[in-house]
Design a protein around this ligand. Structure first.
Ligand code: PLP
Length: 392
């Protein structure tokens, strides 16, 4: 018998991929499926970004790059963060990563072990908990509640920190709720963290460019007092519709940078070279396509929330960021996962049950509005017909 490591049994999964597979299977059997399950923009990567990658390949950029990324890209990323957030980031603390996820993988690997506690948002991106459990650390959920606009309460978060806390994971704008944590709450948290100088922070800001109603994204990089323990996760996937390119970036405290570079050298060597040239074009080139995409998401956001609030026993708070709606279905009588699975099988609408994002996700389902407005409205109508025809 093959003997893999014991902790492997603790590694979780991302149910969104299983839902996608099931939705595709049903579609291939001829069923009419509307997919609101998947967390990726339904737009094409803008042409000038694709062209930059093609040009790079044609110019012979086929080789390894430095493990931490090509210098010009790290410079462009640092400049952009400094301009946008008034941060003071050197290109030497920027790592180019194969997607956003790998930053959380590395950060949790660096801090997680038996005896360590790691705080993470719940409901939140499922990989946080999965990776924490994989390392043997204790996952401590920080509840995100609807009545707080799905933002953490700094007071509650600070009350969960103990001397065992090694890492605190934050995510705003949030997947799955679309919640955006207000500046006052982040100010309070940063102030309170003075009492816990040994706790590192991983701020997942992958949706930083995706806020609505003129709301400014509040980046943790704007706080110089935590610079020596802040890990920033961000990337191109969502902002520029580049999920399949596998391109992300992170910013690391000086004390961790070389460890992370070594993790890269020991695993993937470097990020795909052509994708890195595309990354430069994305940041330095015209932003119209990214802005147009956000305008379209905004139009859909308003429409989907209005439609969801018209459904029986369902209410939906208006999300302030990302491209997810997280309606409260607790009054329908259905358990969230049961509802989500029946919606897929019986109504042909793919959604994700809230509990796939943590225990505090019960009573909610996630709808991604990365689909045409027409399909979204048709999907909500189908959900309404299902709720009218069925009781739990
Ligand atoms: N962080 C959050 C909160 C996400 O929702 C996602 C993707 O869905 C990621 C990170 C991962 O991004 P990437 O596809 O660049 O790895």
């Amino acid at each position: 018998m093959l003997r893999t490591i014991k902790n492997f049994a603790n590694l979780g999964d991302e149910n969104a991929f299983a839902v996608l597979a099931r939705a595709n299977q049903l579609a291939s059997e001829g069923r009419d499926i509307i997919n609101l399950g998947i967390g990726q923009p339904d737009f094409k990567t803008p042409d000038h970004i694709v062209k930059a990658a093609v040009d790079a390949l044609e110019a012979g950029e086929h080789g390894y790059t430095p493990a931490n990324g090509i210098p010009r890209l790290r410079e462009v990323v640092a400049d952009e963060l400094n301009r946008r957030h008034g941060a003071d980031i050197s290109p030497d603390s920027v790592m180019i990563m194969p997607g956003g996820k790998v930053t959380m993988y590395m950060a949790i690997t660096l801090f997680g072990e038996s005896g360590a506690d790691i705080l993470y948002p719940d409901p939140g991106f499922p990989i946080y908990r999965s990776m924490i459990e994989f390392t043997g650390a204790r996952p401590i959920p920080v509840p995100l509640r609807e009545e707080n606009g799905f933002a953490f309460s700094a007071e509650e978060l600070l009350s969960l920190i103990t001397p065992q806390t090694r890492l605190i994971i934050l995510n705003s704008p949030s997947n799955p709720t679309g919640g955006v944590t207000p500046k006052e709450e982040i100010d309070k948290l940063v102030k309170g963290l003075e009492a816990w100088p040994d706790a590192a922070i991983l701020s997942d800001e992958i949706y930083s460019r995706m806020t609505f109603d003129g709301l400014e994204h509040q980046s943790l990089t704007s706080y110089p007092e935590i610079k020596d323990r802040l890990i920033l996760l961000n990337g191109w996937s969502k902002t520029y519709a580049m999920t399949g390119w596998r391109l992300g970036f992170s910013v690391w405290p000086e004390a961790l940078y070389d460890d992370v570079r070594k993790l890269a050298v020991n695993s993937y060597s470097c990020v795909n070279s052509a994708a890195q040239f595309a990354g430069i074009a994305a940041i330095t080139g015209p932003q119209d396509a990214a802005d147009d995409m956000m305008a379209e998401f905004d139009r859909r956001r308003k429409a989907v929330v209005t439609a969801l609030n018209d459904l029986p026993n369902t209410s939906c708070a208006i999300p302030k960021g990302a491209f997810y709606a997280f309606p409260n279905i607790s009054q329908t009588g259905f358990k969230a996962k049961d509802l989500s699975s029946r919606l897929l099988e019986e109504a042909g609408v793919a959604t994700i049950g809230g509990p796939d994002f943590g225990v505090y996700g019960e009573g909610y389902i996630r709808l991604s509005y990365a689909n045409s407005l027409e399909n979204i409205l048709k999907a909500v109508e189908r959900i309404g017909d299902f709720l009218k025809a069925n009781s739990a």
